[in-house]
Design a protein around this ligand. Structure first.
Ligand SMILES: [Zn+2]
Length: 648
């Protein structure tokens, strides 16, 4: 963990213009800087950097944030990685937070295991290229299969000797601890005897995103009915099969450049595609795709193309895993290879240009592919066809984008000869099911202007309340420390200054109202804390906040363009000089926030009321009716205060 003072030093040093300029040519325009957006393709610059606010914002694609967000996005780094990157740039020594003994032990163990796997990878490549056995057995195998040496070296491919304890003995002789050899799974301990897990195999090291060797896949060369053809490292502190993709380290840059990732099944498929000049390729190593793997790809691109061998049973089995990819909002295409070919064999059969052409011309959209595949199987059998429709509807329902879903529904309606409304109804039904929503990252309303942050509470959020929550946060950020009013004490005549932040915090907490959006709630809690301590929270601390969700929402709300205001849209009086009308705007926003919350509560009461009527509970009905009436009165008061300036 990087400690707080270090984070602050990094954030202070990392001037936004300076950081961005390393990647984007910027021209000064008034107080801001302008350039071509690195995150989307454009010919006229709409990427703006504001040195005063220390944020960037693209008016084309909407990306916005501070210098750390920029580095995270541009270099595909996590938050701590981006901080370390900036620390290097500004020569700041990174002080890591003191770890507990438990954390130290865990970290030490992790590092020890990584030292062992790195050593093993070196040994195996040395065996392959320099030993007699390696050359005659291992290297010959690769040559026969037509692989080039530079490819083998790029992937650090190696060879493990036939002798059952050759590697383990050598490692012990070289001073590596048996404990770690066993924990990485390279060595198997059976009472007091030790064996190599991977003897007599060619070895494929599996790298992390940053190139560390986490584990191995080994392919046996002799045909031995008792041994598995492929063997993988067991799960360990460093190797988690479900979280890593073979080839991601070598592919990450090209995936980003080409904005596409090819997915194949085996290690040698990855190697072959590299030889065919297709470097944006990874393998799931036989297991079906996991959510972690999908998210790993999503860090670099939204587009996945899956290459399939022409085996119908195998394809059908893997279709299920693809819903995971759709669920992440990614675009999935399928390429079916000709009968009897796999990516390895087929890429070798064609010239590089022809193979690439084949991939481009045979790409089929996943939903279309699935529909056609299942349709050809159903053969007009009505029962099978009903199953098929349900199956396809399930895939469509997981897609987070409403527009994309609509397009697919239209198309499937034609192909399946089912009326559109029926498909809509089925998709809606699925999306409303609770367990479905929990599984789905994107809840409810599609018409939110920003991607909704992760929702903790499984409530259906009212879009109306989300706008007024954001407006409150925006006003806190923009005017929090500004004087709202002065109160003269009746006792001693002393003046007390009430800031905008004091006013908003008091109004909202005294009515016990809560924010539904978790990011807004976090920011509000901070303002509340400061206000109650008599302190003033500044906008900078939020734009530079260590929680990337907070910093990017703050940056977005503070950027000039933020078109807030559905709330103010109807107000003819709203002009650019927000400062001049600040007091009205703040009190209106608080009233609007309250009325939205009351409306939500009223709706909830209506539901309870219906239930109470159903079970015929007169006492409960009375009580709920009373609450409802009280809330309606409150709503009326607010509405009058707002003077009908805003439609409730
Ligand atoms: Zn852009």
């Amino acid at each position: 963990m990087i400690d707080r003072p270090t984070i602050e030093r990094i954030l202070d040093a990392a001037q936004i213009v300076d950081v961005v300029q390393e990647f984007v040519t910027l021209k000064k325009r008034g107080v801001n800087y302008l350039g071509l957006c690195p995150f989307h393709n454009e010919k006229t610059p709409s990427f703006t950097v504001s040195p005063a606010k220390e944020i960037f914002k693209c008016f084309g694609c909407g990306k916005v944030g501070n210098s750390v967000n920029f580095v995270m996005e541009h270099e595909h780094l996590t938050y701590p990685e981006a901080l370390k990157y900036l620390a290097r740039k500004y020569h700041i020594e990174v002080v890591e937070k003191e770890l507990s003994q438990d954390e130290i032990d865990k970290q030490n163990e992790r590092e020890s295991l990584l030292v062992v796997t790195a050593y093993a990878a070196r040994q195996f490549t040395e065996n392959l290229f320099q030993s007699d056995e390696g050359i005659s057995v291992g290297l010959t195998y690769f040559k026969e299969r037509g692989f080039r040496q530079d490819t083998l070296k790029k992937f650090e491919v190696g060879y493990s000797f036939e002798k059952r304890d050759a590697f383990s003995r050598k490692a012990l002789d070289d001073g590596y601890k048996q404990e770690y050899l066993v924990k990485t799974g390279l060595t198997i301990q059976n009472e007091d005897r030790i064996f190599d897990r991977f003897s007599s195999r060619v070895m494929f090291p599996i790298h992390s995103l940053s190139g560390q060797v986490l584990g191995f896949g080994g392919r046996i060369l002799k045909s031995d009915p008792k041994s598995a053809k492929y063997l993988n490292s067991p799960e360990s502190e460093i190797y988690h099969k479900s979280r890593i993709l073979y080839g991601i380290f070598q592919a990450r840059k090209t995936i980003s450049q080409e904005d596409r990732c090819y997915l194949v099944e085996g290690y040698t498929d990855v190697l072959s595609l590299h030889e065919a000049d297709i470097e944006n390729v990874v393998a799931s190593s036989g297991t079906s795709l996991t959510q972690e793997q999908v998210r790993l790809i999503k860090r670099f691109t939204q587009n996945i193309t899956i290459l399939y061998d022409g085996d119908a049973a195998g394809i059908k089995a893997s279709l299920r895993g693809i819903d995971l990819v759709l669920e992440e909002g990614m675009n999935v295409k399928i390429v079916l290879l000709p009968d009897g070919e796999d990516p390895d064999s087929y890429s070798k059969k064609l010239s590089n240009a022809d193979f690439l052409k084949f991939l481009r011309e045979n790409e089929t959209d996943f939903i279309r592919f699935k529909t056609q595949l299942l349709l050809s199987e159903a053969n007009n059998d009505p029962v099978k066809k009903a199953d098929l429709i349900r199956d396809v509807v399930k895939s469509i329902a997981v897609i987070p984008e409403a527009i994309t879903r609509t397009v697919y529904i239209k198309e499937c309606s034609t192909v399946l000869e089912v009326a559109e409304p029926i498909l809509y109804h089925e998709v809606d039904k699925l999306r409303r099911q609770k367990n479905f929503q929990d599984r789905n990252k994107y809840p409810g309303p599609e018409d939110l202007p920003v991607p909704p942050p992760v929702i903790v509470k499984p409530i259906q959020r009212e879009p109306v309340s989300y706008y007024s929550e954001k407006e409150i946060i925006r006003l806190l950020l923009r005017f929090g420390g500004v004087e709202f009013e002065r109160i003269v004490s009746k006792d001693d005549g002393k003046e007390e200054v009430i800031t905008v932040s004091d006013y908003i915090v008091k109004e909202i907490t005294s009515d016990d109202l809560l924010f539904d959006d978790t990011v807004c709630a976090k920011i509000f809690a901070d303002f509340r804390f400061h206000s109650e301590q008599g302190l003033i929270a500044g906008e900078k601390q939020f734009v530079k906040h260590e929680d990337p969700e907070i910093s990017s929402l703050s940056a977005d709300l503070l950027s000039d363009s933020h078109e807030l205001s559905r709330i103010w849209k109807d107000k003819q009086t709203f002009v650019e000089t927000e400062e001049m009308k600040m007091k009205d705007i703040v009190s209106d926003a608080v009233l609007k926030f309250k009325s939205d919350k009351i409306n939500i509560i009223r709706k909830e009461i209506m539901v309870l009321l219906e239930e109470a009527v159903k079970i015929n509970d007169p006492e409960k009905i009375m009580q709920l009716q009373k609450r409802y009436a009280n809330l309606s009165v409150a709503l009326g008061l607010i509405s009058r205060k707002l003077g009908n300036r805003i439609l409730l």
